[in-house]
Ligand binder design. Structure first.
Ligand SMILES: Cc1cc2nc3c(=O)[nH]c(=O)nc-3n(C[C@H](O)[C@H](O)[C@H](O)COP(=O)(O)OP(=O)(O)OC[C@H]3O[C@@H](n4cnc5c(N)ncnc54)[C@H](O)[C@@H]3O)c2cc1C
Length: 405
């Protein structure tokens, strides 16, 4: 690490803005070589989290995987149910398949974040971090921080404080609009096997049990077609899935961001300022998963800064995310470019039993499964929209193209 004049920095001063998973992960790794102050707008005692709370790689969080730390239901696999349409009676799904999970949990993420913040503040397994919750950083203070600290890590989520300060919030495009809430009921049948339901629209409904009697239910829409009344559509989806309807007052609504925002101008807007997690727009563009992506981006940034390679962050983050973006754009294509739910069902059957990690990040393993099904392959490659997406995904035209343009 060097300062602006090229001299070595002893222990640089780092401000982490935003103390959810990305911010906590940044503080966790930066504290090894820097003096870190973390600012979080909410209080960890009553922090609200707007998320399905499925963590697919729990080992990324440096806490013991116990219920006291917020790790509740150990997931064995996600069950995918595919129906032709929302307009159905007690019809059986066209197909059911499973996606395996390495070390996944449905969590109380607010508990995980509180425990993680305590660990940092108490200096457990490393230097203590100055954790300041209940502090909302304004745009004016943001500029003061940029001047005062050696490094500013913006982990404020979507849209980031950096883009707000620079009046660039239009650099994000909303990808998936989602509603979710915790509900009470009998979830013993789907414990360890969270449900994901596709019903012919671009998006899905989910039920992630936390315990036998409590679950997070949610719904997301990713395409252009949106319901007139989101809450009604959410309730109707719960009814069709035989799950409890959440109270209107408990429902969170949010957008899962989509780039293109890995342009260096955005993730590394000026010397010493970096965006991580949702602030950098790196949640999965197909299924909306973003917790592990957020943690990984912060760990990765800290390593590059420690090794004096910080200027490589945007390009290398992009390279790291590329496979995931590629698969996401193709998977979405099956939903967006065809109205054929049978085709979606065939793709789901083709990836049956693969892990979330493979389905999100390893295109060749997915292609291999599809190659073993000649009729499915023919149907996919004769669909013009999918062919275009395939070409785009391998020429990077759907995303920042690596030249900064
Ligand atoms: C409905 C829904 C369901 C989802 N379900 C899942 C799921 O099941 N699994 C999964 O992996 N991902 C899921 N995601 C995506 C996931 O929630 C995000 O990708 C993840 O939260 C990103 O973490 P982050 O730390 O980057 O940002 P955030 O979680 O958005 O955290 C930003 C933090 O910054 C703080 N902050 C903001 N502004 C300021 C400020 N000015 N000053 C101080 N602090 C500030 C906020 O209070 C917040 O704590 C879901 C998203 C949505 C919307």
């Amino acid at each position: 690490m060097t300062n602006l004049q090229g001299g070595a920095l002893e222990r640089p001063a780092v401000a982490v803005l935003g103390g959810a998973v990305a911010g906590l992960a940044a503080a966790e790794r930066f504290r090894e070589f820097a003096d870190v102050t973390l600012f979080e707008r909410q209080s960890y005692d009553d922090k609200r989290v707007n998320c399905g709370e499925a963590i697919n790689e729990a080992s990324l969080v440096p806490l013991e995987e116990t219920a006291e730390n917020g790790f509740l239901d150990r997931v064995k696999q996600f069950n995918l149910e595919i129906y032709a349409t929302t307009d159905r009676g007690s019809e059986a799904p066209i197909t059911e398949s499973t996606i395996d999970v390495g070390c996944g949990y449905i969590t109380d993420r607010n508990v995980i974040e509180r425990r993680w913040a305590e660990r940092l503040a108490n200096g457990e397994e490393g230097p203590a971090v100055d954790v300041r919750d209940n502090v909302n950083i304004s745009i004016e203070r943001y500029w003061d921080f940029v001047k005062a600290y050696d490094y500013v890590v913006d982990a404020t989520g979507y849209p980031s404080l950096t883009t707000k300060a620079a009046n660039q919030t239009n650099n994000y495009t909303g990808s998936m609009f989602a509603l979710n809430a915790d509900v009470r009921g009998d979830f013993s049948a789907s414990l360890h096997r969270p449900r994901i339901v596709f019903e012919g629209y671009v998006g899905y409904w989910w039920c992630f049990p936390k315990t036998e009697t409590r679950a997070n239910v949610g719904i997301g829409w990713a395409g252009d077609e949106r319901p007139d009344n989101y809450v009604e559509a959410f309730w109707n989806a719960c009814d069709r899935a035989n799950a409890p309807r959440p109270d209107r007052k408990d429902i969170n609504a949010d957008t899962i961001p989509q780039g293109p925002n890995l342009d260096p101008q955005l993730t590394y807007p000026e010397q010493g300022v970096f965006l991580v997690g949702d602030a950098a727009g790196i949640a999965n563009r197909y299924q909306g998963e973003g917790i592990c992506q957020a943690i990984r981006s912060s760990y990765f940034l800290a390593r590059l800064v420690q090794e004096d390679h910080e200027h490589e962050y945007p390009q290398r983050l992009y390279e790291q995310m590329k496979s995931e973006y590629r698969l996401a754009t193709l998977m979405r294509g099956v939903l967006e470019e065809t109205d054929d739910v049978q085709l979606v069902a065939q793709v789901a059957a083709a990836v049956d039993g693969l892990t979330v990690d493979v389905v999100t990040r390893h295109p060749w393993r997915v292609y291999q499964r599809i190659l073993q099904r000649p009729r499915l392959l023919t149907r996919l490659v004769t669909t013009p929209g999918i062919r275009r997406r395939l070409a785009e995904s391998y020429t990077n035209r759907w995303e920042y193209d690596g030249t900064g343009s």
